[in-house]
Design a protein around this ligand. Structure first.
Ligand SMILES: Nc1ncnc2c1ncn2[C@@H]1O[C@H](COP(=O)(O)OP(=O)(O)OP(=O)(O)O)[C@@H](O)[C@H]1O
Length: 250
């Protein structure tokens, strides 16, 4: 399994408002086979961090490394799930998901596609078109597309953010089941503290271009909204945004 190591990364953009610094010597580790959440206020640089890890953006300085002692000379497969599933409207769900593995020979391509649809419980909607899907189903298709690539590392950019609260809660359960089977290294970008508590082992707070706080989430999986202590912990973490509290919660 792969560890993500972000070391002293800095990144700034020139904009109408002047120079926007999104990372300023940012260092973090996302542990192998675990879910690590990065939380932070709107505009603090979460998506930019994810895009740098995905290779879609280049840091101005610093380094991003992926390490796996069992595979020293290879690179991990990285998939991203965005807030909007971005499905092609003229293709069925199955065809959309198959695009993720289009380079594979026919039988393997469809095998991997159907396996991914099964993993996200979307087999019944395989032949539907995107306009026929609910928001939750469309996002499941987005997850299927990422999973079809058998990623070692999965980057989630507000992947549950566009869903209503009930659908989101169902998807949290499903994602935990998926992760217990696949043991991917997951970086979850969110501004929803409760979501981070539901899913992640460690929560990192991004503020001022650095990770300024780290919170361990001790609850065993699978977790739900009824998990004792989960609500309290999310309130305490949420509260730190307003009090500037410098507390490391273990
Ligand atoms: N390509 C770009 N060019 C100029 N500015 C950018 C670019 N990408 C991001 N920014 C700026 O960098 C800052 C951080 O953006 P980013 O999307 O990483 O924040 P975020 O924490 O993900 O925000 P949100 O939670 O609202 O999605 C913002 O001020 C944004 O406008």
């Amino acid at each position: 399994m792969w560890t993500i190591e972000v070391d002293q990364v800095s990144k700034a953009f020139a904009s109408d408002r002047g120079r926007v610094v999104t990372a300023d010597g940012l260092t973090l580790t996302a542990a192998a086979g675990e879910i690590t959440a990065v939380i932070g206020e709107s505009g603090c640089g979460k998506t930019t961090l994810l895009r740098m890890i995905a290779g879609l953006e280049t840091p101005d300085s610093g380094s991003i490394r992926f390490t796996n002692p069992e595979k020293p000379d290879t690179a991990p497969r990285i998939s991203v799930v965005f807030q909007e599933p971005r499905l092609f409207p003229w293709m069925t769900v199955r065809e959309n998901v198959s695009l993720a593995v289009r380079e594979l020979p026919g039988s393997e391509k469809w095998g991997r596609t159907d396996e991914a649809l099964k993993a996200v419980r979307l087999c019944d909607a395989a032949d539907a078109f995107p306009k026929e899907l609910s928001g939750g189903m469309a996002q499941r298709a987005g997850f299927a597309r990422a999973i079809a690539q058998s990623p070692d590392i999965l980057l989630l950019d507000e992947a549950f953010g566009a869903l209503d609260a009930l659908t989101r809660t169902v998807l949290y359960q499903e994602f935990q089941a998926l992760q217990s089977e696949r043991r991917m290294t997951v970086l979850l970008i969110t501004h929803d503290v409760l979501e981070a508590v539901m899913l992640s082992r460690t929560i990192l707070r991004l503020r001022g271009g650095v990770i300024d706080e780290s919170f361990a989430v001790p609850f065993p999986y699978p977790r739900s909204l009824a998990t004792p202590g989960a609500g309290d912990l999310s309130h305490r973490i949420y509260g730190t945004f307003f009090t500037g509290e410098k507390e490391e919660i273990k």
